[in-house]
Design a binder for this molecule. Structure first.
Ligand code: NAP
Ligand code: 8YV
Length: 319
């Protein structure tokens, strides 16, 4: 059987299929990872990545001279050095589309939870405070103008849902998208000045690092709400904390953070934010579909049929 490495724990649904088809080495379980890599690295041809915040980069590729393919569990693959993989002739795959609606649903849930303070209201009832008086009136989704940062697959699904809620949508990205009716802003600061609600669905990596910074938050203004379901690194977290503390913006709903799973104590101490532990795709239904796509990519590759969903940096041309 072909040898592959799993860099982190995967759900049994996917892990069991991999174990039935491949000889699987569970890297994250090894007490001495370097020793394990030294022992088995020379025969490993595939990597199933994700789940343990392990970087898959040149150092790992160096330890795996026979490596052919890296299948990432997740559509975002900022933990994989795909450019380096491309240079070495490796293939990287991810899990697009199968999670789009789930993450868009979660983004809308997080937006509503943040605007109408649903977790705070729930805590209020449980604390018996309703018996004393009604919960104070909250801000509203009505009259809000939404700017989406990163109008890709998930961003477009978020936009459709926002439209269904009757709110105007605009967006910022590197390029204007074809066939969308939403206003495009080449400048993020200019979009932030014209809206009061930012929803970020942009990927991680160097090109988006801290693109939502102090200037963007200031432009968004005191009624501003920031929702992030993309990657934590897209927001300058320290600037966000300062903006929330100083009422530069109103509130934030965050599913992703700069240094997961660590969340700054200042954010945890704030009662006017909603914080989720990166659960955008975390339903049984969607995680099984992601797991299946990861497995299918590896099986297809080792059956000689090529990858199903290669990333842009490692395109695949059928011979
Ligand atoms: P996608 O279709 O590739 O969309 C990404 C969008 O971001 C594109 O519209 C792209 O537009 C834009 N973008 C890329 N680089 C940019 C830059 N430097 N500046 C501005 N915009 C930029 O990906 P997707 O399937 O929608 O997924 C988006 C991201 O969501 C993933 O990468 C992942 O990080 C995150 N995600 C999070 C969860 C969760 O659990 N919270 C789950 C799934 C995905 P242009 O190329 O035109 O700029
Ligand atoms: C996953 C995600 O939870 O697909 C992505 O990019 O962020 C999520 O769907 C994550 O990749 C699993 O670790």
């Amino acid at each position: 059987m072909t040898d592959i490495i799993m860099t982190g724990p995967l759900m049994a649904y996917a892990a069991d299929q991999l174990k039935a088809r491949f000889t699987v080495h569970e890297l994250w379980k090894a007490e001495d990872r370097a020793a394990l890599l030294k022992e088995i690295g020379g025969k490993v041809r595939g990597v199933a990545g994700g789940g343990a915040h392990v970087r898959i980069d040149g150092a790992l590729f160096d330890a795996l001279p026979k490596l052919e393919v890296v299948a990432n569990f997740g559509v975002g693959y900022d933990s994989v050095d795909a450019k380096e993989a491309g240079k070495r002739g490796l293939i990287v795959t991810n899990t697009p589309d199968v999670l789009t609606d789930e993450v868009a649903d979660l983004a809308l849930g997080l937006l509503l939870a943040t605007v109408r303070q649903l977790p705070q209201v729930d805590r209020y009832l449980r604390a018996g405070k309703w018996l004393e008086k009604a919960y104070p009136l909250t801000t509203s989704l009505r009259t809000r103008k939404v700017g989406i940062v990163g109008l890709g697959r998930i961003g477009k699904a978020v936009a459709q849902r926002i439209e269904a809620f009757g709110l105007p949508v605009s967006y910022h990205g590197r390029t204007r998208q074809a066939d969308v009716p939403y206003r495009y802003y080449p400048s993020l600061v200019e979009m932030a000045a014209d809206v009061d609600t930012l929803i970020s669905v942009a990927p991680g990596g160097a090109s988006t690092h801290h693109m939502i910074n102090a200037d963007v938050l200031k432009a968004l203004g005191p009624n501003g709400i920031v929702i992030n379901v993309g990657r934590g690194t897209v927001i300058d977290e320290q600037a966000l904390i300062e903006a929330l503390k100083n009422k530069v913006i109103l509130s934030a709903g965050l599913d992703v953070f700069e240094d997961e799973p660590r969340v700054p104590a200042e954010l945890i101490a704030m009662d006017h934010v909603v914080l989720l532990p990166h659960v955008g795709s975390a339903s049984v239904h969607t995680r099984e579909q992601m797991g299946q796509l990861l497995v299918d990519n590896l099986v297809s590759w080792f059956d000689g049929k090529g990858p199903l969903t290669p990333v842009a940096e490692t395109p695949w041309k059928k011979a």
